[in-house]
Design a protein around this ligand. Structure first.
Ligand SMILES: *Cc1c(COP(=O)(O)O)cnc(C)c1O
Length: 422
């Protein structure tokens, strides 16, 4: 099936007399007939459901759809995008380990990496998203376990050179993890360019209606853990909590997601609720239609802003002349996403005055849902960062983040026009 069909039909194949729509298995637990059946599940000898903290049929159907959209071999849902990025790294990093990340990141991810993971003894080195291969490689240490970047960074709107990042990661014997939240698998396929693991905040375009916080991790199955066995002992040496099972030997290409489920989800428990997975699935059914409209509306808005005399600058990678236009054409030829950033002549105060004058384009922390919305990161999501950290994260003090929705483009332009005139 092509991606547009997978959006609608993927992940759930009902048989005779079964529900056409993925049902919500709103059950914490699942029944067995013999003690041995249950014991096999706990030994990972048989696969099946026993407790929703580990796996649930609704979640698995939706994860399978996302897996198919990304072209991966295995996937899992998490309670949030934060949990997805945390697990993606924690699955292969322990205290004393290190990873390298582009500094062009979502504010929550920046805090997770720079503050919380550091407290757990996992250190990060940030590199510029445009750094040369040599400079990225220089950030590696003997204990480096992963390279990380956002396909389109929120809100810096930088585009990751996925092939370049994958080359460096692989020459250092570690996987490349790409957060593909903004372009979605409809517009960008990181695995085709060498990424090994993809993460998502499904709270954004995938849900698309701002109803359910969630995340996902997808494994390409391409990274050879055994080849770098000493780097990834969690996958290549016996797990004491499963009677000495070795994930990479027992589960092959499914090792990474199996470990993240059987070990991290078991112990830390950031599962997505089946109710949210159901809502997410309804969102996924129209993802391909919505992304087209988000992209065409955002391009019109970007062009309008670029030509407006009160606008100082616009950042939209699908707009000709943008610094990342060529990379966007390469990795996202069908379009980028509905989010763009811009600044007003005059700076910070004008930007705040402008967003206060908007009518239906509303101020919310969220991005990437059907409704147009706006945010001033320096006053909101990124307010805990110093000016230097703001610059590192690509967030100018006057930066306005506009998430262009799927309303009529002319109404969006009218609202922007009237607010600019005030
Ligand atoms: C929102 C976002 C996250 C965090 O996701 P939540 O679902 O809010 O936890 C991670 N990465 C990117 C790129 C995001 O936009």
């Amino acid at each position: 099936m092509r991606k547009q069909t997978i959006c609608v039909q993927g992940g759930w194949e009902p048989r005779k007399g079964e529900p056409r729509v993925v049902p919500i298995y709103q059950s914490t637990t699942f029944k067995y007939e013999t003690s041995e059946q249950m014991a096999d599940l706990f030994d990972l000898k048989a696969s099946g459901y026993f407790y929703t903290r580990l796996q649930n049929p609704t979640n698995d159907a939706v994860a399978a759809k996302i897996c198919a959209l990304e072209g991966g071999v295995a996937a899992m849902l998490t309670s949030s995008g934060q949990a997805a990025n945390f697990y993606a790294l924690l699955n292969i990093c322990s205290a004393g380990d290190h990873f390298v990340s582009s500094s062009s990141l979502y504010g929550g991810t920046y805090n997770l990496f720079a503050v919380t993971m550091k407290k757990l003894g996992i250190e990060v080195t940030f590199i510029d998203v445009d750094a040369s291969e040599e400079d990225i490689a220089k950030a590696f240490r003997p204990n480096t376990k992963a390279l990380f970047g956002e396909a389109i960074a929120n809100p810096a709107m930088t585009v990751l050179d996925i092939e370049k990042f994958a080359r460096v990661a692989h020459s250092q014997g570690v996987p490349l993890i790409v957060d593909n939240t903004f372009p979605t698998p409809l517009n960008c396929s990181p695995f085709e360019w060498g990424a090994d693991i993809v993460t998502h905040s499904t709270s954004k375009y995938m849900d698309g209606h701002a109803t359910a916080v969630g995340g996902a991790i997808v494994d390409s199955g391409n990274f050879d853990w055994m080849k770098y066995g000493d780097k990834f002992p969690g996958l290549t040496t016996p797990d004491d909590s499963y009677h000495g099972l070795v994930y990479a030997e027992t589960f092959g290409k499914g090792a990474y997601i199996t470990k993240a489920t059987a070990q991290l989800m078991r112990d830390l428990g950031s599962i997505q609720s089946p109710q949210n997975a159901f809502l997410l699935n309804i969102g996924l059914e129209t993802l391909h239609l919505r992304m087209e409209r988000h992209c065409s509306n955002a391009l019109k808005v970007a062009q309008f802003l670029k030509d407006h005399p009160r606008v100082a600058w616009v950042r939209y990678p699908a707009l000709k002349g943008d610094k990342y236009y060529d990379l966007a054409q390469k990795y996202m030829p069908r379009g980028t996403c509905g989010v763009l950033t811009f600044g007003l002549k005059g700076g910070r105060d004008e930007s705040i005055g402008f967003i206060d004058s908007l009518k239906f384009v509303s101020i919310v922390t969220h991005v990437a849902d059907a409704r147009s919305s706006v945010l001033h990161p320096a006053s909101h999501t990124h307010r805990q960062l110093t000016d230097q950290q703001l610059a590192q994260a690509g967030v100018a003090p006057d930066l306005i983040r506009l998430s262009v929705g799927i309303e009529d483009a002319d109404d969006i332009l009218d609202d922007l026009r009237q607010a600019l005139s005030r």
